[in-house]
Design a protein around this ligand. Sequence first.
Ligand code: 2U9
Length: 398
Amino acid sequence: MPCPYMIADVRPSVRYAFDSRLIFIKMSERLQKIDQTLQQLGVGTSDQVSALFAEVRELFNSEEALHRKENDAANLQAFWTAWLGRKSGVLTRITENWLKPSQPEQKRNVGQELNALKSHIEAVRVEQTAAIEAAAEQTAIAREREDLSLPGVTRPLGSRHPLRQTFEEIERIFLSLGYSVVAGPEMETPYYNFEALNIPEHHPARDNMDTFYMAAPQGAAPLLLRTHTSPMQVRTMEKQQPPVRIIVPGKVYRRDNPDATHGFIFHQIEGLAVDTDITFCDFKGTVEYFVREFLGPKVKTRLRPSYFPFTEPSVEVDATCVFCGGRGCNVCKQSGWIELFGAGMVDPAVYGFVNYDAKKYSGFAFGLGVERLTQLKYNINDLQLYFQNDVRFLRQFA
Ligand code: 2U9
């Protein structure tokens, strides 16, 4: 479609894009005068020169106002090139066609008019740039301004991990019995992790506690990731004389290949009570109370002989199967019983490592596997579910 603004005699050098279509803006006939000399135009007096420059200025002003309103970056650029372009911009052509060939007596006057026009155009350019930048800034501020009326971002509410819930439940039960909760380092020395617990080097009990050792500087004692939280019981006894009633919750490590029943990280709560006159009856009563609190009043317990290097005698604590109520099912392998945790009376040899008088004091200890107790409580059949952070699993415990 022919452009209504197209003027056939417009010179290519003053064509520029407008409103995203290529439209040739009508250069006024007056501006075509810049391609003729003053002599050809019949301009001789200084008044005529001033009037001619006033015409140019007026044209510039009206075009500039139009472009500023449109505020299209590409068109603006074309506009400024048309006026200030060094090769064939309006100012260049005025210099070439009016100033240079002007009569000697005119030259000063024409030069002054041209300089005034240049200064005007330059001042407008500076002012236009500032105005456009300010407008852009205002737009950006308006866009970025916080809209306080918008509804807030609702973050989905999380829930406590099932292992954490078991920790808290067990802690609640033992706190109610007067125990304190103690925490300690996950990196330990072999002394606290093994020797002080009556597990000397080459003791077979170390075999199933194979773990991760840290490279130690030459001459320094090696460090390892603790295989149980028992080192904290030793450290606590080193610091305080009986009575001691503590539980130690925490993360422990053993070298293992992960599957549905194994992991190289798991969680324990170990407990220790040492005092004068602590008997096996106290031990049994505490264990039964804990199991009933944790699994419910109908659950019965039984003790089976076992072995741990740090307890003597040692036992495995079983409970009637929580899934079949003791009648026998697949989980309890038809026995009616499930193994809960290990425990025992503290081996007097352990007291020797912490300067406790073994004749005066006695006590009991137990070790609860938090993953196992959680599995039993919530019927979870795969250990890896705890660590996969799958919200479909975690939501069930919210
Ligand atoms: C000291 C004295 C005695 C801690 C004990 C167990 C029995 C036990 C296992 C349960 C499952 C570890 O997480 S598990 O694999 N633990 O059976 N732990 S008695 O006895 C101690 C600890 C520290 C000074």
